[in-house]
Structures are given as structure tokens and as C-alpha cells.
Design a protein around this ligand. Structure first.
Ligand SMILES: Nc1ncnc2c1ncn2[C@@H]1O[C@H](COP(=O)(O)OP(=O)(O)OP(=O)(O)O)[C@@H](O)[C@H]1O
Ligand SMILES: [Mg+2]
Length: 262
């Protein structure tokens, strides 16, 4: 507990993401309320919880796609809801997002997919855009696949291409929705390694949604767990400490791979 409070104090100085009392509902479907946390620079922060509890929705709130029904969100030191117009567009170019589905454009090569954000948001000439995109593909180990179409690569490669595209503009903050879902354990471990290296070497901050216990323990500095029945957060902290000490039955069941008590 002491260690956790230390982390909380350290974070206050330089939070990259803050959520304060965030609530979200779609019509009468109240997903969660009172979601509060902050993410420090260079941290890998994991959002977990069962299917349908609102993890992807929380990511969409954090990148400004939806407005919360209550609460405040801060991104890179700016209040997300109050930042409008050109300042908002500028703020959003400093976030990278990899969607749950990958969302690559099927008619474009991987290189062209990674060049897209550069075309939209920079004045770089084509040769420079291509060079930057090649560097990003190299970072995720896809140099040799630059000219392939999404249909010509494996699921793991598509995930890595999605990360390369999310990194095109060198964002200090990256959001990944289930980066390792559907990948074999070795590919998934490779992706975890990549995330850890980027956080450590480039100081990139990651907010990652995942169900994969191995991944959470391998990459997560801290996590929160959302729960559909509780309509909110049921755990927050170091995933290894939660595995060893959590008392909430759902949290224990998740971290210890136990069937929840009836
Ligand atoms: N745009 C929307 N309009 C209405 N309801 C939505 C919308 N987006 C999500 N929902 C609902 O909100 C709930 C949470 O969805 P969300 O995609 O956030 O879950 P999740 O935790 O990411 O699940 P999974 O692990 O399956 O990806 C679901 O019941 C879903 O049907
Ligand atoms: Mg989801």
C-alpha cells in the first residue's frame, strides 16, 4: 500500500492522462461512474475487465471521441473537454491510437497506411514522409513488408502495422486496444517486448486495454480493472501486487485464473 501511495504522489507532478470521477452511459445503459486515475509519463497503464464492461469506451473518452456523462479528463496537461478548435486538433495529433480491429486501409500498402497521418498532419514532402514511415515500420519489425497490402500479412503483422501507424507522428502518448488479442503466445510476447522498449527508450506513455494476464504482468506498471456488475472500477494498482494480495473476488478470480465463487 505504501509503495502504491508513493507512485500516486510521484505521478501528480507530471501526469500525462488524468480521469476524475468519469462516468459514461449510452442512453439507459450506464457503463461506469467514478472512474478516477492518473498515468505518469513513460508508464504502461493497463485497463482490464470482462467483455462489455466499457474498456474500449473508456479509451474513446480519453481520446475525445465521446464526451463523458460526468467527470473530467486531462490529456498532456490540457483539459480535454474545454480544449476546442485548433488547440484540440493539435492536442489530438499528439495521441496515437491502435484500434481493437487494427483498422488498416485494405487498398493501401503498409507503407501508405503509415504515411497517412503524416499526409494529414504535416507539411513534409513525399520523400520525407516515406522515410519516416519506413523508420516506423522498421521499429515494429516490418521493413520487409512495407509494400504488402493488409490482406497479404498475418494478424500479428497487422497489429504491428497498426502500432507503426499510431506512432507515425511520434506521439508521446499511445493508446492500444487489445494489441495481442488473437495472436499466438510468441508473437504476443514480441509485441509486449516492443511496448516495453518504446516506453523505456523513447519515454512513450502507453494506455493499453488487454485481457491477457501474461501481458498485463509483463508490461503493466499499473492497472485499473472495470467491472460491468459494479458499474465502475473494482481495482487499481500494480498488477503483481493485485495478483498476490487482491481480496475482491472478481479481481482474485481474474489474476489467479480461478472460477469466481458462486
Ligand atoms: N456507440 C455506442 N452506442 C451504444 N452503445 C455502445 C456504443 N459503444 C459501446 N456500446 C455498449 O457499451 C458497452 C461497452 O462496450 P465496450 O466496447 O466499451 O466494451 P469492452 O469492455 O471494450 O468489451 P470487449 O472486451 O468485448 O472489447 C457494450 O454494452 C456496448 O454494446
Ligand atoms: Mg473493447
Amino acid at each position: 500500500m505504501e509503495a502504491f501511495q508513493d507512485i500516486q504522489r510521484r505521478q501528480v507532478a507530471d501526469p500525462v492522462v488524468t480521469a476524475e470521477g468519469v462516468a459514461m452511459a449510452f442512453g439507459s445503459n450506464a457503463l461506469f461512474r467514478d472512474v478516477s486515475f492518473s498515468v505518469a509519463r513513460g508508464e504502461v497503464f493497463v485497463i482490464l475487465g470482462g467483455s462489455g464492461c466499457g474498456k474500449s469506451t473508456l479509451l474513446k473518452l480519453l481520446i475525445g471521441l465521446y464526451r463523458p456523462t460526468a467527470g473530467k479528463i486531462g490529456i498532456l496537461g490540457q483539459p480535454l473537454m474545454e480544449t476546442e478548435g485548433a488547440a484540440r486538433r493539435e492536442l489530438l495529433t499528439r495521441l496515437g491510437v491502435m484500434w481493437q480491429s487494427g483498422a488498416l486501409f485494405g487498398s493501401m500498402t503498409l507503407l501508405e497506411n503509415v504515411m497517412l497521418p503524416l499526409e494529414a498532419h504535416t507539411a513534409l514532402p513525399r520523400a520525407a514522409r516515406e522515410q519516416v514511415a519506413r523508420v516506423k515500420l522498421g521499429l515494429v519489425g516490418l521493413s520487409d513488408a512495407a509494400n504488402r497490402l493488409p490482406a497479404e500479412i498475418s494478424g500479428g503483422m497487422a497489429k504491428r502495422a497498426g502500432i507503426a501507424r499510431a506512432m507515425a507522428l511520434d506521439p508521446p502518448l499511445l493508446f492500444l486496444d487489445e494489441p495481442s488479442a488473437g495472436l499466438d503466445p510468441i508473437t504476443s510476447a514480441g509485441l509486449d517486448q516492443l511496448i516495453k522498449e518504446l516506453a523505456r527508450d523513447l519515454g512513450t506513455t502507453f494506455v493499453v486495454v488487454t485481457h491477457e494476464l501474461q501481458s498485463i504482468l509483463a508490461i503493466g506498471d499499473r492497472c485499473i480493472m472495470l467491472d460491468k456488475a459494479a458499474r465502475g472500477m473494482i481495482a487499481e494498482g500494480d498488477p503483481r501486487a493485485l495478483r498476490d494480495h487482491a481480496t475482491h473476488p472478481t479481481v482474485r478470480a481474474f489474476f489467479r485464473r480461478e472460477a469466481p465463487a458462486a
